[in-house]
Structures are given as structure tokens and as C-alpha cells.
Design a protein. Structure first.
Length: 92
């Protein structure tokens, strides 16, 4: 990951780094902080979507995906925070 070329903050989000493919450098999205919790935010346009029937599709925006994407809940944030704390303690 490389630092984001234009880090900024809006609402509860802070952009931190760009996420790219190690092999080809394709932009996969960003690493950000949401309410101080580290999260990866992927660009759907960078991936092939495969449904349960193994039908492949490409979408430019998340709203075009043919399945419902669950919103991030407070419990999700707590779980992500715990994972981040555990990884940080293991790294030290």
C-alpha cells in the first residue's frame, strides 16, 4: 500500500492509503479510517462479480451490483476494531 495521493476527511471517513495489486499495480481501492476504525474500501469496478450461479458480471458502481450489500453496523465496527488491536499487539 502507498500513501493516498490526496488524503482527505469527510463525515466520519479519513482516506489513508491506496490499495493496489502487487503484480500489476491496478487500483483496488483505499485503506481508510471510519470512526477511527481501519477499513478497506474496495472499488467494485476493479473486480469480477460472480453470483451463486457462477454468472460473471462487471459493475462500475456498487449500486449496480445485483445483490444487496449490507451496511456497516456498530457491531461490525467493534469487531474490526478488535481485529486491528489484536494485529497491532501481535506486531509488537
Amino acid at each position: 500500500m502507498k500513501p493516498h495521493h490526496s488524503p482527505c476527511s469527510y463525515d466520519d471517513w479519513v482516506k489513508k492509503e491506496k490499495i493496489r495489486c502487487k503484480k500489476c499495480g491496478q487500483d483496488w481501492g483505499i485503506k481508510a479510517l471510519y470512526k477511527s476504525v481501519p477499513c478497506c474500501v474496495v472499488k467494485v469496478v476493479s473486480f469480477v462479480i460472480v453470483d451463486p450461479h457462477e454468472k460473471r458480471s462487471y459493475c462500475k458502481k456498487w449500486k449496480d451490483v445485483k445483490f444487496q450489500v449490507a451496511e456497516l453496523s456498530e457491531q461490525d465496527l467493534k469487531d474490526l476494531w478488535e481485529i486491528a488491536l489484536k494485529r497491532a499487539s501481535e506486531a509488537n
